[in-house]
Design a binder for this molecule. Sequence first.
Ligand code: IYR
Length: 326
Amino acid sequence: MDTYDLITRNAEEVVTDEEVRELADDPDGKRAYVGYEPSGVLHLGHLLTANKLIDLQEAGMGVVVLLADVHAYLNGKGTFEEIRDTAEQMKAQFVAYGLDEEQTEFVYGSEFQLDEEYALDLHELELSTTLNRAQRAMAEIQGGETAKVSHVVYPLMQTLDIEYLDLDLAVGGLDQRKVHMLAREELPELGYDVRPALHTPIVADLTSGEGKMSSSEGVTISMEDSTDDLEEKVNSAFCPPTRDPEGDLENPVLELFEYHVFPRFEEVVVERPEKYGGDLRYDDYESLAADLESGELHPADAKGTLASYLDELIAPGREKLLEIRG
Ligand code: IYR
């Protein structure tokens, strides 16, 4: 696959395409990052952006994972000590998932965000950004409760991270786009360069195909799920025999094949007894989706196969978690 295609595959949006093409022309030594508020258990949302980091490593870029402890603190996720603890667990699960420790730089936000220079730049951004703008940038991340002052400081710090970690590309789910747009506007105000951003899609809710899969409502798939949990969850998923259901609905089973399975496996094998036509083999998402649409691949077989590939993906992280928890 050509470098630009590898960098942008499965991205919902790149800002701007021209800037990302320039990066793809000379990726060696360039640095990309994703920041995560520490969470004790990784779910598929984390793994979607991690898949992108793995693509970027393959494209020759350096990859930074920001364990955003100060951000989690500002977002009311617990005491600093609790957050640090979960950050360690998060890091261990990312490594188990395949973000090689030698190739990936794991950085705690508190390692640089409490420095004087950073603090003074932050105050300068506080002066130049309206309250309204910062609140809008934060709306999708924070999810509704009354905004505290900490919630408007948060996106300004996320803006500065891009400069202070010396990055060439900011990666995140689509819910981060307003922060990245704010950063594109505000960094030049401080005399810093604008950096491109890449946003991964948000997967639909598993059982309804509507809205988004989130950890607060509906069914989510995480590193804590046993093989049986996975089978049960995937079997109850919405999976009409089409990739484009009516209205605002999505086919979450196909989305998981597209964003989670095909990026990590060369070939997907659907095991079927001979009397039902024998095994089916796919080396790309398109051909699997086409077979589901034509009826060649039955939704029940698609689900069983999805559950077993997801199981393979999360097994190392699940073991790590069990080990950590003793
Ligand atoms: N806002 C992210 C966490 C985060 C991301 C980046 I990129 C940062 O520089 C800092 C924090 C979230 O919603 O998890």
